[in-house]
Design a protein around this ligand. Structure first.
Ligand SMILES: NC(=O)c1ccc[n+]([C@@H]2O[C@H](COP(=O)([O-])OP(=O)(O)OC[C@H]3O[C@@H](n4cnc5c(N)ncnc54)[C@H](O)[C@@H]3O)[C@@H](O)[C@H]2O)c1
Length: 331
């Protein structure tokens, strides 16, 4: 049994608590959140001891590994403290909004970065993972173009946008990681952005609509299309195009029920509304990979370096947006 502590009992913390509870080899040993009501609610719901004190997880030698699901500015400090006590860490994305802090963290913990897994859950989505395996197996020949469409159902509140770090570091970061999952190293980034959805987002100085083009080191191109709004629900699609064919993953519906009648047929319910529903299998598979990787000597994927690389691409996209030029990215 791997004994896990959960730090942060908000939206994504609850998802991880659920994944831990249903995992056959994991035990939710303790949950912590500075807000007592959140800690108590999650502790009681998932039958785990709860506390408002982070040290109750960090300093407990009986806890093997930690899931850091607190707000982004707390990640670096918590993961440093956790790996120093010998614990493995599943850290939510992004590691931090500031690449200098990420590098300082890496310098401080050195080889212990190997004990950190990054919460890029979409790598574990069964459809995306299947496409990736089949591309790797050569089923469509050499990969030439990757198309990622990622649109949220509705804009987040202005208060969220203000501290989010901007669309590229908050939202597109998942797509940058997905691009790297398929393309490997990316050498060039070109980004365009617009404010077409929300005046509040514009007032906060951020964009709500973007198209980013990436060039992989092997020559393949990737386009990422983002919007903070999709009238029909959470829009998550992927297409891999190669010399010998194409693999695509479309949107998913909560059920496979279809209506057929005299006036219309195939009227489907709306798509999943957001990540909590759409990516449940991915979050569970991600947790399974983390639990499996906790054993000493094993490595985590995606790891700390993947978290850093996605942030580098987000920063390059911001630079491209600002300058109107494409930005070369080093190794
Ligand atoms: N991988 C994904 O799909 C995904 C989805 C959503 C959020 N996230 C990431 O997860 C993190 C949390 O996001 P969220 O949407 O769950 O936020 P949230 O605000 O819903 O939850 C954060 C929780 O952390 C608690 N908290 C605040 N300071 C803390 C501290 N110092 N120590 C411990 N807990 C603390 C808060 O009280 C809150 O309950 C962010 O970094 C976000 O980028 C990832």
């Amino acid at each position: 049994m791997v004994r896990l502590g959960l730090i942060g009992c908000g939206r994504i913390g609850r998802v991880h608590a659920d994944s831990i509870t249903v995992h056959p080899r994991a035990e939710l040993a303790r949950v912590v959140d500075p807000f007592e009501s959140s800690a108590r609610e999650v502790g009681e719901k998932f039958a785990a001891p709860w506390s408002t004190d982070v040290e109750a997880v960090i300093d407990d030698p009986a806890i093997d590994a930690v899931v850091v699901a607190s707000p982004t500015p707390t990640h670096v400090d918590l993961l440093i403290r956790a790996v120093r006590t010998g614990k493995a860490v599943l850290c939510e994305k992004p590691i931090d909004l500031d690449i200098a802090r990420v590098d300082a963290c890496s310098a401080e913990i050195g080889a212990l970065t190997d004990r950190v897994m990054l919460g890029f859950n979409r790598r574990f989505d069964p459809s995306f993972a299947d496409i990736r395996s089949r591309v790797e197996a050569g089923e469509i020949g050499t990969l030439e173009q990757l198309t990622i469409i990622s649109r949220d159902p509705a804009p987040p509140p202005a208060t969220y946008v203000a501290t989010s770090g901007g669309l590229f570091r908050d939202m597109t970061i998942h797509d940058f990681d997905m691009a790297r999952f398929f393309l490997g190293d990316v050498v060039e980034v070109s980004a365009s952005g617009a404010n077409l959805v929300s005046s509040e987002i514009a007032e906060a100085g951020d964009i709500d609509t973007a198209v980013v083009v990436l060039r992989g080191a092997g020559g393949a191109l990737c386009s990422i299309t983002n919007s903070r709004r999709a009238a029909f629900g959470y829009d998550q699609r992927l297409e891999a195009f190669g010399a010998r064919g194409m693999l695509t993953a479309g949107n998913q519906l909560p059920t496979s029920v279809r209506f057929s009648g005299a006036d219309s047929t195939e009227v489907a319910p709306p798509y999943h509304n957001f990540f909590l529903d759409r990516y449940t299998p991915a979050y569970r598979a991600e947790l399974d990979a983390f639990v499996t990787g906790v054993e000493p000597g094993s490595t985590f994927s995606p790891g700390f370096a993947d978290g850093r690389a996605a942030l580098v691409l987000a920063d390059a996209a911001n630079e491209s947006l600002r300058t109107g030029a494409s930005v070369k990215v080093g190794p």
